[in-house]
Design a protein around this ligand. Structure first.
Ligand SMILES: [Zn+2]
Length: 352
């Protein structure tokens, strides 16, 4: 038989991470600035945090800069931002934000073919370096194909100003790779799904590093942001190698999305992933207590009620989470868990 296997991977070409790297951003623009036009997409707050400074630096370097402010990452905001971008047709788009602005930018970049730079203002999830975007569509939340950034500028002196909770949530999003990879291996054994060992190992390595360094993740410490961001970037590289979010998104993410769809209470993405990872590890028969201890050390609660989530919502979310992405096989299987099994798993793990 002839050899017919092939694979396409996309990686960022520049990654700047660390203290005050924002100042180096203008040096990345020349390859993308034929028409000297740059578009910045930010939110009201993230514009103040970093967008304005970027705009100033680029204006001083002689670029035409348009800054647009967008709201949350939903279909309406996406369409309206895409219209504005299509009118201007900038050489590059710079997405400035914690999560939703980066999601919008990477989706716009994917739809318009315009390259984009990711400038995270908080380390709250691994989407700052991944080719998937989470877009709200009515009451559902969909994860869609999106562009990989051509560059990532992760300034730790900016990100350290974000609430501490965002940092621990970002760490939890990376730690959740542990169960994501277990699900991937399971899908490989049961469904014959292709697995990339390099992507799986890198993804697990990122999670283990943060589990070991949980005691070093502290509020108002720039080095803590550095430690977490490095592994967020490693996680992004694993996804780039796999050309999919598979190494970093399994049953724990399906659960997290299911809770989000039901109305996530006060929890942010990484916190729901933390809860999801503990219960998924329990379902896998692994050492869920060790994961729960790590989250406790990092001061992430895995108790549903701390986020205003009632037991009913969480039980149903776990029981039905497999429906969200039926093609992604995980420990949650292909039919709903029974209500009582779901309830029991969440009770044993102390989530409800
Ligand atoms: Zn995530």
């Amino acid at each position: 038989m002839e050899f017919e296997k092939f694979k396409a991977m996309q990686f960022p070409r520049d990654i700047l991470v660390g203290h005050k790297v924002l100042h180096m951003l203008p040096s990345l623009i020349p390859p993308y600035s034929k028409n000297r036009s740059v578009l910045i997409l930010a939110g009201n707050t993230t514009y103040q945090i970093a967008g304005e400074e970027i705009e100033q630096m680029l204006l001083e370097s002689g670029y035409k800069v348009t800054a647009i402010k967008a709201g949350e990452a939903n279909r309406e905001n996406l369409i309206s931002a895409e219209k504005k971008v299509s009118k201007i047709m900038p050489g590059i788009i710079i997405g400035v934000g914690g999560g939703s602005k980066i999601d919008l930018t990477k989706k716009i970049a994917y739809d318009t073919g315009i390259p984009f730079i990711s400038v995270p203002t908080s380390p709250s999830h691994d989407g700052i370096a991944s080719p998937r975007a989470t877009i709200k569509d009515g009451t559902t939340v969909v994860s869609e194909n999106a562009a990989m950034p051509v560059a990532i500028v992760a300034d730790t002196s900016v990100m350290v100003r974000a609430p501490f909770r965002y940092l621990t949530a970002g760490a939890a999003d990376v730690i959740s790779n542990i169960t994501a990879v277990m699900d991937w291996r399971l899908a490989n054994r049961i469904k014959g799904e292709e697995i990339s060992s390099s992507a799986a190992n890198l993804s697990e390595y990122a999670a283990r590093e943060l589990m070991e360094k949980a005691h070093m993740i502290l509020p108002n410490v720039e080095e803590s942001v550095w430690i977490v961001t490095k592994q967020i970037l490693a996680s992004g590289t694993a996804m780039a190698i796999a050309s999919s979010s598979r190494p970093a998104s399994g049953s724990e993410h399906l659960f997290s999305h299911a809770v989000e769809m039901a109305g996530s209470g006060k929890a942010i993405h990484g916190e729901l992933c933390a809860i999801g990872t503990v219960v998924s590890m329990y379902l896998h028969g692994g050492d869920w207590k060790k994961i729960a201890e790590v989250f406790e050390k990092m001061r992430i609660s895995i108790r549903a009620k701390d986020y205003g989530l009632d037991p009913e919502t969480v039980i149903n979310a776990l029981a039905t989470a497999h429906r969200i992405r039926p093609e992604r096989y995980t420990i949650l299987g292909e039919s709903d868990l029974s209500y009582s099994a779901s309830e029991k798993a969440l009770e044993i793990t102390g989530i409800i």
